[in-house]
Design a protein around this ligand. Sequence first.
Ligand SMILES: NC(=O)c1ccc[n+]([C@@H]2O[C@H](COP(=O)([O-])OP(=O)(O)OC[C@H]3O[C@@H](n4cnc5c(N)ncnc54)[C@H](O)[C@@H]3O)[C@@H](O)[C@H]2O)c1
Length: 394
Amino acid sequence: MNYDIVIIGGLGHVGLPLGLVWADAGLTVGAYDLDKAKGKEISAGRMPFLEHGSEPILQRVYGKTFFLVDDVAEIANAKCVLITIGTPVDEYLTPQLMVVTRLADQLAPYLRNGQHIILRSTVFPGTTRRLQDYFAAKGLSLHLSFCPERIVQGHAVKELRELPHIISSFSEEGRTYCKAIFKVLCDKIVEVGVEEAELAKLYTNTWRYITFAVANQFYMMTEKCGASVREVHRAMTEGYERGRNIPRPGFTAGPCLLKDTMQLSAFYTNNFNLGYAAMQVNEGLPAFCIEQIRQNHDLKGKKVGLLGMAFKADVDDVRDSLSFKLRKLLTFHGAEVMCTDEHIQAHDFFPLEQVLNEAAMFIVGVPHERYRTLVFPAGKPAFNIWNMDSVRDI
Ligand SMILES: NC(=O)c1ccc[n+]([C@@H]2O[C@H](COP(=O)([O-])OP(=O)(O)OC[C@H]3O[C@@H](n4cnc5c(N)ncnc54)[C@H](O)[C@@H]3O)[C@@H](O)[C@H]2O)c1
């Protein structure tokens, strides 16, 4: 079988929606992924994770223009191989650079001269060049490109068709090809150099991470001095154009923002003080909130309902969710934690109704749609940082 594109990591949060949207536009797409459990879900017509609007597309294209690829050797039959595997940092915050070179080893025996290789994973700066040199040393003449993903998880289907796509390549043929395939999705293209594209992606996530840290730092300061953070935010933003984008506080989590800030820091020989400061603030917020709560409430033996275990609203993904840090801290202080999540089933989670009935106090870990209008039982304190509630008032 011949493919326009085979996506490596094609059943992940980035690879799968992208493959589906391309397949829906008529391209022949293969998805190769190590995770065979996700493959089973796909072949049954179900998305393995929540991605709004994607399941009807899957059911439309599966077996017609979208195929599961079981054998990596099939990349030999693809015009383009696009890479969307995870690019983590380890427990010491060091980027795992070997994941990409190990993958290159895996792919190299099946690649042919003239194929396009597009990196779409977020990478340590210089990785695309390194891959180019690596394949060249093996005698392969490939078109290496870097085209970063910028969607917000959960809304990929919509955003892939609306956001400008950054494209970069080491060859003219690579640039022309990338422009053509991304124009299938959206005709807004931003063309830059490869190193610039790698940095632009990391800076984008790092910018967001630092911006959220500023909001969280302001929240902590405001709580400490006893003023209302809601009123401060209103004063900063109401009718004031330059304040329009000042974010509200919230638990800033997930598999990308912190990880990419740390990739950038490692790139800058670990001298990125602003990035570390943002990490201290964002990762320290759960402990700050628990300490504030403890000033008014003894947590020992208390049942605490924790609503929302995903890393952000309206997804079913728990990767690097700060709700688990909240749970650990609460448990450490003797609370009995009842976790619930609208989108996630787990053996130790409870239905929302049971949590509302049995818990004596509530914390909203993540503002899923359902929790935004939820009325908590009278007389039981509830803390919702997303509403800019004060921890002092609960
Ligand atoms: N999740 C997002 O919203 C988002 C947004 C922009 C960029 N990114 C970046 O995209 C990349 C992927 O992120 P993700 O969230 O999709 O991760 P993910 O873990 O959801 O998906 C990665 C997939 O790759 C597969 N995989 C890993 N190694 C493989 C291999 N050697 N061969 C075949 N399959 C392999 C995994 O099984 C998994 O299904 C990361 O670099 C991330 O930083 C993610």
